[in-house]
Structures are given as structure tokens and as C-alpha cells.
Design a binder for this molecule. Structure first.
Ligand code: ZN
Length: 325
């Protein structure tokens, strides 16, 4: 039996050689072109939700600085309100979002696996009132708008009121969508509002509102928006998320180094006049977007005081610091 084996294999080998000769064989141009493609990692798309506000500028900058050969292709998905955006994030319709950090913390308390990677910005919130409001006492009995109960805007208002012996009981606090606020103030439906930019600056430029207080004066290092991921996405695509967070962080540094670019990029993604954006951007910073533990603890303390939350996620459970460089 043994000496038959090579005889049986020779015709097969000859047929294989013939086939290789007919098709071009090893080292053909077709073979060489397919080899590098197999070793190059594919460009992967990440879907990130946002609202058109200056607080999401690092996202827009990351998209602007995107290179065609990847590794990450950013798909930005615009939403009109926080509840719609949160629904998409919670259900995994999007992979991540730039979102009010209070909404994400609250979702975690409700058992939804969301994890934060970095801040959206620092400072950048103002309390806008009608020009006639001269003191906090003047707000008594008026209507004041915030974008959502779960927000730093509410916490800033509560602080301002408390510092002057007032509380939300002394006025009517309503939720309004941010683009509606400048018109509501101009028409006298509300006496003031606190919201993400550029909606505060808009009233100031129209002379229908004035800056009553700024977040950096009321609550230094206040947290507001954060880049948050759906936990299931993060577990399945950790390297993609890391590559994106790297680009996001680089975009924040870029905006800090090149302030002129803030205005150019904001103008491309936000519908606002140059003068409005210019004023808005004077109030905000994109420097060092790390979520620091003391700042997070302060946020949770304020959320608990305002009864926005009972069981807050621990810093190390909610903030995934390993995603940052
Ligand atoms: Zn914000």
C-alpha cells in the first residue's frame, strides 16, 4: 500500500499546478492587491446623538477633524429634545450621545446601563432674565423656564434662589424646549430662563434679556453635558469607543488651542448669527474634559438635595476613565 500513495498523489498535484498556471498562480497581481486589504483594519462607524448647542461642540470638531482612512467614522445624529435623544441612547438606537449628565445619572438609577467617558464642556451656562428683573426677589411670583428637571440649569436656579432665601415654591418653574425660550421671554410669558447656549446669548443680542448670573460664579467646575455611551455598545465595541474618545479629546484640545475654530465650527452646525455665537463662546470652555471625582461627588450631592435622585451610581461605576488617554 505504502508505495502507491505518491503515485496516487502525483496526478492531483499536477492538476493543482495546472490550475495555478491557468489562473495566474501565486504572486499574481490579483493576489498582491488582496493581501494588504486583509491586514488593514476596516473603518468602523460610530453613531452619536446630539442637540444643536454649543455644549456639544467637541463632537462637531471631532467630525470636522475626521480623516477618511479612519479608524473611526463618526455619524452625528441630531435630535430636537432631550427625551427623544435619551430614548435613542437608552434603547441602543445610537451608540452614544452628548447629553445632560443628570439625565444619564438618573437613567443609571433606573437600571439602564449608560457610562460616561468625558465632559461636553466646562462652564457655559447663564441665567437670563428680562431687563426689568433687578434682584432675585423680583423673580417671586414669576414664571421661569428650564429645559428639563434633570439638569444643571435647575440646580443653578435652585442655588440662586436659596442664596436669597427663596425656593422654587415662590415662583412657577416650567420646562420649555430651548429654542422656544428666547421668544417666550420676548413675549413676556416667562421672566427668565437657564439653558444651554446659544439660546441665552440670543436674548442678550436682541436686548430682550440680560445676563443675571453665570454658572462659573454660582458653581465653579459645575458639570453639565457629558459624552455618554450605551453600555451594551461599550462592551461589544470597546476599541472603537476608545478610538472615538481619543478623537473627541483631541477635538477638545484643538478647540482650546484654536479659539477661532470654535466660531467657524459652531456656525457650521448651529443656526445662530455670528454675534450670538461669539457671545456664547465667551462663556464656555473645552479645556480638560476629564470628569473629576470631586466634581462628580458635588453633582450627586446637589442632585440628592434637590431630590432628583436617591440611589446615585458610584463614580467608578458610572465614569469609565479607562476610555480616556
Ligand atoms: Zn451642557
Amino acid at each position: 500500500m505504502k508505495h502507491y500513495i505518491p503515485i496516487l498523489r502525483i496526478p492531483g498535484l499536477a492538476a493543482l499546478l495546472m490550475l495555478l498556471l491557468l489562473t495566474g498562480g501565486c504572486g499574481s497581481p490579483a493576489d498582491q492587491s488582496s493581501a494588504p486589504a486583509a491586514t488593514q483594519p476596516p473603518v468602523q462607524t460610530i453613531r452619536i446623538a446630539y442637540l444643536p448647542i454649543t455644549h456639544a461642540l467637541p463632537l462637531f470638531a471631532a467630525k470636522e477633524l475626521e480623516t477618511p482612512n479612519g479608524p473611526v467614522k463618526i455619524e452625528l445624529i441630531k435630535y430636537g429634545s432631550w427625551p427623544e435623544l435619551m430614548d435613542a441612547l437608552n434603547t441602543g438606537k445610537v451608540d452614544g450621545a452628548s447629553v445632560l449628565i443628570e439625565l444619564a445619572v438618573k437613567a443609571r438609577e433606573q437600571g439602564i446601563d449608560l457610562r460616561a467617558a468625558a465632559l461636553g464642556h466646562k462652564d457655559g451656562n447663564v441665567i437670563i432674565t428680562a431687563p426689568s428683573i433687578e434682584s432675585v426677589e423680583d423673580l417671586r411670583g414669576t414664571t421661569f423656564a428650564i429645559p428639563h428637571k434633570q439638569s444643571s440649569h435647575k440646580l443653578l436656579l435652585d442655588q440662586l434662589l436659596a442664596e436669597h432665601g427663596l425656593s422654587e415654591q415662590d415662583l412657577q418653574v416650567v420646562e420649555l424646549s430651548p429654542p422656544e425660550m428666547p421668544a417666550a421671554l420676548a413675549q413676556g410669558q416667562i421672566a427668565g430662563y437657564c439653558v444651554a447656549e446659544p439660546f441665552g446669548a440670543k436674548s442678550v443680542l436682541l436686548h430682550t434679556g440680560k445676563v443675571f448670573a453665570r454658572s462659573d460664579e454660582l458653581w465653579p467646575d459645575s458639570l453639565c453635558c457629558a459624552l455618554v455611551f450605551n453600555g451594551t455598545f461599550l462592551d461589544q465595541h470597546r476599541e472603537l469607543a476608545k478610538a472615538f474618545v481619543h478623537d473627541y479629546q483631541a477635538a477638545g484640545d484643538y478647540l482650546t488651542r484654536q479659539p477661532d475654530e470654535q466660531q467657524r465650527i459652531a456656525a457650521k452646525y448651529l443656526k445662530a448669527k455670528d454675534a450670538v455665537l461669539d457671545l456664547s463662546l465667551q462663556w464656555i470652555s473645552y479645556k480638560d474634559l476629564r470628569i473629576q471625582e470631586p466634581a462628580y461627588d458635588e453633582l450627586i450631592r446637589r442632585m440628592k438635595d434637590a431630590r432628583l435622585i436617591r440611589q446615585a451610581p458610584a463614580y467608578e461605576d458610572f465614569v469609565d476613565s479607562s476610555l480616556l488617554d
